[in-house]
Write a protein that binds this ligand. Structure first.
Ligand code: MN
Ligand code: MN
Length: 448
């Protein structure tokens, strides 16, 4: 009897899960991470794979038939993929949502400057970062420029390496006495990008030489940098971590780990006749605002299309959503910020999070008992290893997710996610076992 009345988390490796399959799937995910370090790269990757699996670009002018596999790209930076069902109004829609933007350093519109023989690029960081983690770290350039003459040029270029310099410890006594958040100022995250003087009458000879290189290689001018999106991301290779290779170290697990697992599940799912939509969106790290964020009416544009022959308000009411975003896994080195009993434990499967928010659940959609029960029972019935977890101690801080923007549309929504160590660091850690069980969790929801 006692076994039934207590609840314990289960480690995936304590079950009869196939260790080889876990490792294979982990390697497939690593391959994706090494190709896709920006939202644009993710969209290109997902569209290419989806097309190979029979998905077609959504034509907003012609009707969708049950069984149609479609995708809709929003401005190259977010993508909705779905399988049309029989009756979206009666059956509702099963949504899985994740984000594909990650913290990084973005260039200012007029970034290039020169000081003391060095060319530097001014940045404004994107998302929540610990600024000291971004110094003395190899960086790569990712970006898109639309030139004065209307050409779109891809600046993603792995041939070059960059970095932000840091102060030597011998001279850092003043810096070391500062708090971590003040030790490196935002304005000081300037990227080192050159040191050769050009043969020119211009006063800034090193800057001019960098502009000459940019012009030769990409055909762009300093003016073109104003109409550009240029980001610098860690130039680190995603790889297996540990003697047992059970973990994955990479830049951008948040939230590509949920985007990729949802996508992988969709590509293999055989829905029961219900409509399924996977929404992979941009701008979560800056608040989900803007045309490509979760708050954009692009969501309504796609949902209206799917519901064009029915009442979408009723469809929403009958719909459910897994809002997928990473969670803070319990780290034994930093135990004080988490309530261990309610924390995500690495290797125990995806974490269902009833509510997010901070200090009095502020800003959370807080899933109902009924919604929690639906998912918990669905996963149990299908032997998915899952766990319950919250982001941090009650007053320790906390973070929001896109869940509320979907829930506000009158769709029952619960947060689910993969636990990470070092979340938002240039190199984050996830568990291959969790990747495996998260794909399974999405898939059983899509097929329910
Ligand atoms: Mn996230
Ligand atoms: Mn994040």
């Amino acid at each position: 009897m006692s076994e039934d009345i207590t609840y314990k988390k289960v480690n995936v490796y304590e079950t009869d899960a196939d260790v080889e399959q876990i490792s294979e799937l982990g390697d497939k995910y690593i391959e994706f991470l090494n190709k896709c370090k920006t939202e644009r790269a993710c969209v290109r990757y997902f569209v290419e794979k989806a097309e190979k699996n029979g998905y077609k670009a959504l034509d907003f002018k012609s009707p969708l038939k049950p069984g149609d596999k479609f995708y809709a790209v929003n401005r190259s930076k977010s993508v909705f993929l779905g399988i049309m069902g029989n009756d979206p109004e009666k059956d509702g829609i099963h949504y899985c949502v994740a984000h594909i933007d990650s913290p990084r350093l973005d260039l200012k519109p007029q970034p290039l400057c020169e000081d003391s023989g060095l060319a530097l690029l001014k940045t404004h960081y994107y998302g929540g970062i610990k600024k000291y983690q971004w110094t003395a770290l190899p960086l790569q350039m990712e970006g898109t420029v639309v030139t004065r003459d209307g050409k779109t040029i891809d600046l993603s270029d792995n041939d070059y390496t960059f970095c932000v310099t840091d102060l030597l410890p011998h001279l850092a006594s003043e810096q070391s006495a500062k708090t971590v958040s003040k030790a490196i100022e935002g304005e000081d995250l300037k990227i080192l990008c050159g040191s050769v003087c050009a043969d020119t009458e211009e006063s800034d000879k090193v800057k001019y030489n960098v502009l000459k290189i940019l012009n030769k290689r990409y055909g762009i001018t300093e003016r073109d940098l104003i109409s550009a999106e240029i980001s610098f991301v860690p130039k680190l290779t995603a790889s297996s971590v540990g003697f047992d290779n059970s973990l994955i170290g990479a830049y951008g697990h948040d939230d590509r780990i949920c985007a990729w697992t949802a996508f992988e599940a969709l590509m293999n799912a055989k829905p029961s006749g219900r409509t399924v939509i996977v929404a992979l969106v941009d701008k979560e790290e800056t608040g989900s605002d803007g045309v490509t964020g979760m708050q954009s009416a692009f969501f309504d544009m796609v949902a209206d299309k799917v519901c064009e022959n029915c009442n979408r308000h009723i469809a929403n009411y009958n719909s459910k959503c897994l809002s997928a975003d990473v969670n803070a896994a319990f780290d034994p080195i930093y135990p004080s910020v988490l309530d261990k009993q309610n924390a995500s434990i690495l290797g125990c499967g995806p974490t269902i999070t009833k509510y997010t928010g901070a200090r009095g659940k502020s800003g959370t959609s807080d899933a109902s008992a009924e919604t929690m029960a639906y998912f918990a029972n669905l996963f149990d019935k299908n032997k998915v290893v899952w766990q319950s977890g919250l982001l941090g101690k009650v007053d320790a801080g906390g973070g929001g997710t896109v869940a509320k923007y979907i829930a506000n549309r009158n769709i029952d929504t619960v947060d689910i996610g993969v636990g990470l160590l070092s979340m938002h660091a240039p190199y984050e850690i996830a568990s291959k076992a969790d990747v495996y069980e998260t794909v399974r969790a999405f898939r059983v929801f899509m097929e329910d």
